[in-house]
Design a binder for this molecule. Structure first.
Ligand SMILES: [Zn+2]
Ligand SMILES: [Zn+2]
Length: 390
């Protein structure tokens, strides 16, 4: 994976063989492989729901008939696009992958799945969360980024495999993340509950609870985030997120799991201690899911005065600039107000950064080297001297 990514990095973002064009059978081939693999994973979720699906999502995000219809649609798409690719493309591997995996899904009983009671198990993989997130994120963001691109960027841009690996791992491990943050809440901060605070918070209208949730969560996130920029050892974890040189919806997935766990806990704990009502918390969780992807997207939309109220792609893109003057600003991910209060708000008029990436010492390329990076390499002095850790 690392070798192929560095090989891709040698190419400009939109040139060479990575650019997909209509009529070559490669777009249909990738679609077939994507839907075939997702259909196979989907049918495995129906067979082993205890181990491959997430209890919380089964209860809140989808119904049995919705995912069953989606599975059938995925199989049809995999077959149709697979046949188109097989006819158009001289290379049959993608079509064979799509048709082959869809066929296995059918043989495993995809058209005969039955709803049944799901036993409680201590741990499961979020295959359902991964498949649903991937399919819907791609369906929304790829057309948007094609139509409104700020920077010319191929769908299969450099290092897409690395970022997709982050996407896969973080989604499959969702139950682990939920268990971890839950344990931190209950066992470490269980003592901090106050009936009076909870009573006051829950007496507020839900919309106000939601706004308070977003503000408190973003303030905690931004303070932790600034800490990651200021402490050299923590910067080694966070520099991985900043190492994306191409910003798009998938780039935001690149986050070291230690940072993801620590930041999630720092945000969730105060909300848990205050104990806002469930509708307010659920609305906040949806906002996080959408905005975390959206602010990285390669869309050139101008939001006018709203850019001072809500964090937009342009706002967060400046945080990913490889110029430390800008990268050490705009820590908020929801509300620019948080950066205004922290004195770290910076939004140049109308313009976007030309280049993105890490200033100072660059992390290695590839998922596994990046996973190990904070624990094995020694920081070079100049990375602190060039303003990266100010
Ligand atoms: Zn940052
Ligand atoms: Zn980011």
């Amino acid at each position: 994976m690392t070798e192929r990514d560095s090989e891709e990095n040698a190419n400009p973002a939109v040139s060479g063989s990575r650019v997909l064009k209509f009529g070559e059978g490669r777009i249909s081939g990738y679609l077939s492989a994507l839907f075939g693999i997702c259909a196979l994973l989907g049918v495995l979720c129906f067979i082993f729901p205890e181990w491959l699906t997430t209890k919380e999502l089964r209860a809140t995000l989808y119904s049995f008939s919705f995912v069953k219809n989606l599975l059938w649609l995925g199989i049809v798409i995999a077959f149709v696009t697979g046949i188109i690719s097989y006819i158009l493309s001289p290379r049959k591997r993608l079509a064979a992958t799509g048709i082959g995996t869809a066929l296995v899904a059918v043989l495993l009983g995809a058209f005969n799945v039955q709803e049944r009671a799901v036993a409680d198990v201590p741990f499961s993989f979020g295959v359902d969360w991964f498949v649903l997130s991937l399919v819907f994120s791609m369906a929304i963001f790829i057309p948007l980024e094609k139509a409104f691109a700020r920077h010319p960027l191929a769908v299969l841009r450099p290092e897409w495999r690395t970022d997709l690996t982050y996407f896969v791992v973080s989604h499959l491990a969702i139950t682990f993340f939920l268990l971890f943050t839950n344990a931190v809440q209950v066992y470490v901060f269980g003592w901090a509950h106050s009936a009076a605070v909870t009573e006051f918070a829950q007496s507020l209208p839900v919309w106000l609870q939601f706004l308070a949730c977003v503000f408190i969560a973003d303030l905690c996130q931004a303070l932790t985030h600034r800490w990651y920029h200021q402490v050299p050892w923590l910067w080694k974890f966070h520099s991985i997120h900043h190492s994306s040189r191409n910003m798009d919806w998938l780039a935001g997935s690149r986050t070291h799991f230690v940072e993801a766990l620590a930041t999630r806990s720092a945000v969730i704990v105060p909300l848990y201690v205050i104990n806002f009502s469930e509708p307010a918390l659920n609305a906040y969780v949806v906002l996080v899911g959408v905005q975390a992807v959206f602010v990285h997207a390669n869309v050139r939309w101008d939001f006018g005065f709203l850019e001072y109220l809500i964090v937009t792609p342009r706002y967060h893109h400046w945080h990913h600039s490889d110029d430390p003057e800008y990268a050490n600003t705009n820590y908020a991910v929801h509300l620019p107000l948080v950066d205004m209060l922290m004195g770290t708000f910076r939004l140049p008029d109308k313009t976007w950064p030309d280049t993105y990436g890490v200033f100072g010492q660059e992390p290695p390329k590839g998922f596994l080297p990046q996973l190990a990076y904070p624990f094995v390499s020694t920081p070079r002095r100049e990375s602190a001297d060039d303003g990266s850790l100010s």
